[in-house]
Design a binder for this molecule. Structure first.
Ligand SMILES: [Cu+2]
Length: 178
């Protein structure tokens, strides 16, 4: 009898921990940020920078358009730097070049993916330090639908922020800072 109670108690505890552990996991996909405006849905907006002191970065997201007409994204602005629309083109020699786009069109009842190596939002002259827990707001301006605020989630491309300091003195003295 007493044994059963102990099992029951630990089961209750198990269930408690299970929900505690599972709850945030359930929240993340629901939270995996979607932003909507007049039939336009922007999903999975994220920002890739190289190191926390990066001066430039790229924004990627998926724009889906439930309207029957195409929608035109004509401008992106950000507080943390200058934003513009870019497209990466690879020429015949295999050299990748980025081209500035005045606008991008999302087909009616279709979607456009801004993704690495293709269309992206380019950020330059970044004036802030990044940290992984923050979100970075940008505003998308659509030709007819107006503006939509979207939060970009930071994804560091590489852990390049851990700068390995290595000082070498000349002659006999060696200084190593790690
Ligand atoms: Cu670019």
């Amino acid at each position: 009898m007493e044994g059963c109670e102990i099992i029951y108690f630990s089961l209750k505890r198990y269930i408690f921990w299970f929900f505690l552990a599972a709850f945030p996991v359930c929240l993340i996909p629901a939270n995996a940020a979607e932003f909507e405006l007049k039939g336009i849905t922007v999903s999975n907006p994220h920002l890739v920078v190289f190191g926390k002191n990066a001066k430039s970065g790229a924004g990627y997201l998926v724009i889906s358009n439930k309207n029957s007409d195409p929608v035109i994204l004509k401008k992106v602005t950000a507080d943390f730097g200058n934003a513009m629309l870019h497209k990466t083109d690879v020429d015949k020699k295999g050299v990748a070049k980025m081209k500035h786009l005045k606008s991008i069109a999302v087909p009616g009842n279709g979607l456009l993916k801004l993704e690495p190596g293709r269309t992206h939002i380019m950020f330059v002259n970044i004036s802030i330090e990044f940290d992984e827990s923050s979100k970075y707001p940008v505003t998308l301006f659509f030709e007819e639908q107006g503006s939509l605020d979207v939060d970009l989630k930071l994804k560091s491309a590489k852990k390049s922020q851990k700068v390995h300091k290595h000082k070498h003195g000349h002659g006999h003295s060696h200084k190593h800072d790690h």
